[in-house]
Design a protein around this ligand. Structure first.
Ligand SMILES: Cc1cc2nc3c(=O)[nH]c(=O)nc-3n(C[C@H](O)[C@H](O)[C@H](O)COP(=O)(O)O)c2cc1C
Length: 295
């Protein structure tokens, strides 16, 4: 039987069942009464408007429920794409799911101890959600909240790019306030936990052309090879006003500030300072650096 025939039969069955339904019969009586009213009558206008709202609400609800799994899947795919991108592994030919599964290893890290956490299901753990949940977050004291984020998740999700047993990149989630928005991104470091490979901001709402230049590939390219910690172990990496003079001492710790966007630039410096400090990933990097470099 053809598909069209099957559909006709299904609709005919549905109509027949509806006709037998007691509630539908009552509804049909009201419907016929309303339809018999004059088009100018207030009752008919209100009834038609309400019915239209009802039908639209049902359609929107059905679409929202039906599309939810697709939205979740797309969101997860987008995150994988951002991680592959910051790791320098994204090409036009990339199969995002396959490349992510074969090249990237996700790990959960206890932010206080820097130890790996293995008691939580990593596949379903969402660090951004955890940061908003009082049972899963830590309130940051004002004097330490240089990234202006108020709270952070007790457990962070980091990513390692491995080649066999050796670590090629450590990818850390970072976020902090710019001028208008909290900027969320990833910072990719070499196995030394010191040399920057790349940075990307996948969620921010700074002004396009000003603070929004944090997504500009030319500006992002300036980060490659920069150093995070000074000899004394302090976070030295920061954005400066203007262009970095590469001939001067300390240039390896400096990135050009964004023109006309000093506040966003300060926000980026602050979030780097926070997440690379003892409040952020320094305990974790101290723990894994010997492992990564020894491999
Ligand atoms: C419409 C508008 C949007 C702006 N957006 C940003 C922004 O996204 N980031 C930023 O740091 N400054 C932004 N600014 C500029 C700031 O208000 C401020 O003047 C600037 O950060 C100072 O930087 P400058 O010393 O480099 O000029 C914006 C200004 C205007 C008028």
């Amino acid at each position: 039987m053809s598909n069209e025939k099957k559909q006709c039969e299904f609709m005919a069955n549905l109509c027949e069942k509806l006709d037998q339904c007691e509630h539908y019969q009552k509804f049909a009586v009201y419907r016929d009464k309303i339809l018999a009213l004059s088009n100018e009558s207030l009752e008919k206008t209100i009834a038609i408007a309400l019915s239209l709202c009802f039908v639209c609400a049902i359609l929107v609800s059905i679409s929202a429920v039906a599309l939810k799994p697709l939205q979740v899947e797309n969101k997860a795919m987008d995150m994988k794409k951002n991680i592959l991108e910051v790791a320098g592994l994204l090409t036009e030919e990339s199969d995002i799911n396959e490349d992510f599964a074969s090249k990237i290893e996700a790990k959960l890290v206890n932010m206080e101890t820097g130890e790996y956490v293995t008691t939580i299901d990593i596949a379903t753990y969402d660090q951004r959600k955890a940061a908003k949940d009082p049972t899963q977050n830590i309130k940051i004291p004002r004097n330490k909240d240089i990234a202006s984020i108020k709270r952070k998740a007790k457990i962070a999700k980091v990513y390692l790019v491995k080649d066999g047993d050796s670590v090629k990149s450590i990818i850390l989630p970072v976020h902090g306030y710019g001028l208008w928005s909290t900027m969320y991104g990833f910072l990719a470091l070499d196995a030394d936990g010191q040399t920057v490979q790349s940075i990307n901001f996948y969620d921010q709402a700074e002004t396009p052309g000003l603070g929004g230049e944090v997504v500009n590939p030319n500006w992002r390219a300036l980060w490659s090879g920069k150093q995070v910690y000074s000899e004394s172990g302090d976070v030295a990496l920061k954005l400066i006003k203007g262009v970095v003079d590469k001939t001067k001492d300390g240039a390896e710790f400096q990135v050009d500030g964004l023109a006309g966007a000093t506040l966003t630039s300060t926000g980026v410096s602050n979030l780097i300072k926070y997440w690379m400090s003892a409040e952020g990933f320094a305990p974790y990097l101290d723990k894994i650096r010997p492992e990564c470099e020894g491999e």
